[in-house]
Design a protein around this ligand. Sequence first.
Ligand code: GLN
Length: 315
Amino acid sequence: MEYPQILGQVREQVADVVGGGRVADYIPALAAVDPGQFGMAVATVDGAVYGTGDWRVPLSVQSVTKVFSLALVLHADGEAIWRRVSREPSGNPFNSLLQLEQDRGIPRNPFINAGALVVTDRLLTLTGDARGAVRDFLRAEGGRPGGEPGGLAGVGPSIDFDLKVAESEAEHGHRNAALAHLLASYGNLENPVADVLEHYTWQCSLVMTCEELALAGRFLARHGTAADGSRLLSRSDAKRLNATMLTCGTYDSAGEVAYRVGLPAKSGVGGAILAVVPNRCAIAVWGPGLDESGNSVAGLAALDAFTTLTGWSVF
Ligand code: GLN
């Protein structure tokens, strides 16, 4: 089956669940998003991109950015980050404070908020501008093949911060502030709490389309090779990043996602999920309605249908 056919069938199969779940409302600016939208894009390792539905509609990427900040830190700093963050599934909600105290300030993994705050802190030390580094990376990798800028109808890069979302989260981000202060109390932040929170929150507010997100995630299907052919991650680190996505990328549903989908995947509360089929393609799906763990209901159903149709689960 060709990609357009696969995407057409996936879209038919998920029609019933599009609009299902609940849009995240703990960040008030996200609550305004139309829950009936659904998009899916596939970027293949050899440069083709396919999409269906609202695949060119800008969306709030939120926690999916955690993959890219970690990739940048691994690229610049090697293994050192693993002394400050573990890589075990947490089995707890993404913004939980419980384990951080039990584990004396070492977050369970880089894809829950506590771990991502540590990664952002390191990226801030390494670059002086963590949010800018993530945005620039997404622009470089998420542009269309042939150097065309990403974004709607090639009008220029749509990949940018959403000030409204960033401010809305900053105003209501009490749990992230609590996590950052707890990390600082254990000596696991290098920069002032306020700076780390600001860069983390802005990074989460980045807006891009499914098309751009799939393109940006393609290096994970290409064993760490960036869009321009340069090496972003070693083969080992790319493999390890995929492994961490599989075990920790969908919060306390990682087991269920491995069972249903069988791909490394990272979700965000904006309703996007980035998934990787090593050697073949990166997939971005989006549906704003979330399940109880904070994963897109339509997005998971689409990935489930995709791996069932193609047989491309990593298992
Ligand atoms: N910005 C969100 C937060 O920190 C990201 C969470 C998510 O997407 N799971 O709460």
